[in-house]
Design a protein around this ligand. Structure first.
Ligand SMILES: Nc1ncnc2c1ncn2[C@@H]1O[C@H](COP(=O)(O)OP(=O)(O)OP(=O)(O)O)[C@@H](O)[C@H]1O
Length: 258
């Protein structure tokens, strides 16, 4: 059984069909990539799976459960996490505080606990700190934990976004263009981090425009074009698929595009 499965997933915005009848499977423990030209429907597909948009029609199954109508905050509790293209970090706070706040937003203390500093509140505060330290170590940012976010590099900000997603201990992480706006060397670093997540049993699904990176790390790729799945397969199969080369790359060889 696939870890995530979409069946005839469709999203219409007025007259525009952003995602059109997409059947797709994400296997547990793999890195799956979704590629396609601008406006192909990649982000919308993510938003449908993670419950940010209700689909117009179709089904999403996660870990054997139909989550089509489950709202995003409950989907997160089931073990799905995601990053966004533009991550909203608190620029004037430290890296550590950003991760702690991100984690606390998802934990359970109520206002009563916070105001009266109940044992539960104190316990959760301690847990948040421990978790933040752990995930910052995982993403390689321990040395920047006390640095203000405004002062760290673009690549480090991407790593903070990964840390925020990982703090919730997800089974699967959806990454929306993690390598956008960073140089090739930094891109290699993020690819390494994605492999590390996979090695630690986290299923990864990513949208990415950087072909060389995707071809080197993905187990499986789906190509969307104008809302429709036009191909899926291993990187090798995708690179040699004439439909993909024509529709997506305009006849260029995939390997040459970065
Ligand atoms: N909330 C929305 N309301 C109306 N139209 C939308 C909305 N979100 C996306 N669209 C449209 O749906 C289509 C698919 O957009 P989407 O952002 O999913 O594509 P994408 O493949 O992620 O593109 P990019 O690579 O540029 O991020 C586009 O034509 C877009 O304009």
């Amino acid at each position: 059984m696939a870890f995530v499965e979409t069946k005839k997933l469709t999203k219409k915005f007025g007259g525009l069909t952003a995602v059109n009848n997409v059947d797709f499977k994400i296997e547990k423990g793999q890195i799956t990539a979704i590629i396609g030209p601008n406006g192909a429907g990649k982000s919308t597909f993510f938003n449908l799976i993670s419950g940010f948009y209700p689909p117009t029609s179709g089904t999403v199954i996660f870990d054997g459960q139909d989550i089509t109508k489950v709202p995003s905050y409950n989907i997160a509790k089931l073990g799905m996490a995601r990053t966004f293209q533009t991550t909203n970090l608190f620029e004037t706070s430290t890296v550590l505080d950003n991760v702690i706040v991100g984690y606390r937003l998802r934990t359970k203390s109520r206002l009563f606990d916070a105001v009266f500093r109940t044992p539960r509140e104190k316990r959760e505060e301690k847990e948040a700190l421990e978790k933040a330290i752990e995930v910052l170590d995982f993403v390689g940012l321990t040395h920047l934990a006390n640095r203000q976010v405004a002062l760290i590099s673009q690549e480090a900000k991407k790593r903070v976004a990964f840390a925020l997603a990982l703090a919730t201990e997800p089974k699967i992480v959806f990454l929306d263009e993690p390598a956008a706006g960073i140089n090739p060397e930094e891109t290699d670093g993020l690819a390494e981090l994605m492999n590390k997540m996979k090695d630690n049993g986290i299923t990864v699904c990513t949208i990415e425009h950087k072909m060389a990176m995707i071809m080197s790390i993905a187990d499986k790729i789906m190509v969307l074009n104008q809302g429709m799945k036009i191909a899926e397969g291993t990187p090798e199969e995708i690179q040699n698929d004439p439909v993909v080369i024509e529709a997506y790359l305009g006849g260029e060889s995939v390997a040459e595009v970065n």
